[in-house]
Write a new protein. Structure first.
Length: 193
């Protein structure tokens, strides 16, 4: 089966004209001239070999992405330090948005596309992390909020988060079997990597 994706190596960020997008189902029903156009659209998310082929394109590359439901044009916009790992997390229902996962379960993975809006280069971990989440927020705000699976209009991250003493006590009180289950689930991602 042929891989359905394209990469424009000259452009590292999205534009704001929908006229260059071939798949009209990815454009929004609102004023599409002001909406970002992906620089890359990856399809066949239900095909393991296609997803594996995206590794070279996405692995260890940071950026802003979205998962688009091609039936109703709703999307989840996110940011990632490693776009391939983040795609795999969504496909494996690990660390993923519950509204998005419910839509994937309802419509099927074949009805979704993974789009890259912009690649991001880290210069300083602290400064760049804030810049990446700010950039994600700017993309979220370009869409009517009711057309998104996102829960908040402002991007957030737990990077650098420190657990409270109370949370640490709760974690210490977890049953060992729950900890092992969490570890096993995280290793389930390894067959994609």
């Amino acid at each position: 089966m042929c891989n359905s994706y394209s990469i424009n190596t000259q452009r590292k960020y999205s534009t704001y004209s929908s006229s260059t997008l071939n798949n009209s189902s990815l454009s929004s029903t609102s004023d599409s001239s002001s909406l970002p156009v992906p620089i890359s659209v990856l399809n066949e998310l239900d095909n393991t070999s296609s997803v594996l082929s995206y590794s070279e394109t996405l692995r260890k590359k940071a950026g802003i992405y979205c998962l688009v439901n091609t039936i109703n044009n709703k999307r989840y916009i996110g940011s990632a330090k490693d776009l391939y790992l983040r795609l795999i997390e969504h496909l494996s229902n690990k660390k993923s948005n519950i509204a998005l996962q419910n839509a994937i379960n309802k419509y099927g993975l074949d009805k979704f596309s993974f789009c890259i809006y912009e690649y991001f280069t880290y210069h300083s971990k602290v400064v760049s992390h804030k810049a990446l989440t700010d950039l994600e927020t700017s993309y979220i705000k370009k869409y009517p909020f009711d057309s998104l699976y996102n829960f908040m209009i402002t991007a957030t991250s737990i990077a650098g988060y420190k657990h409270t003493d109370e949370a640490k006590l709760k974690l210490r009180g977890m049953k060992p079997s729950l900890i092992i289950q969490c570890m096993v689930k995280s290793t389930e991602l390894s067959h994609w990597l």
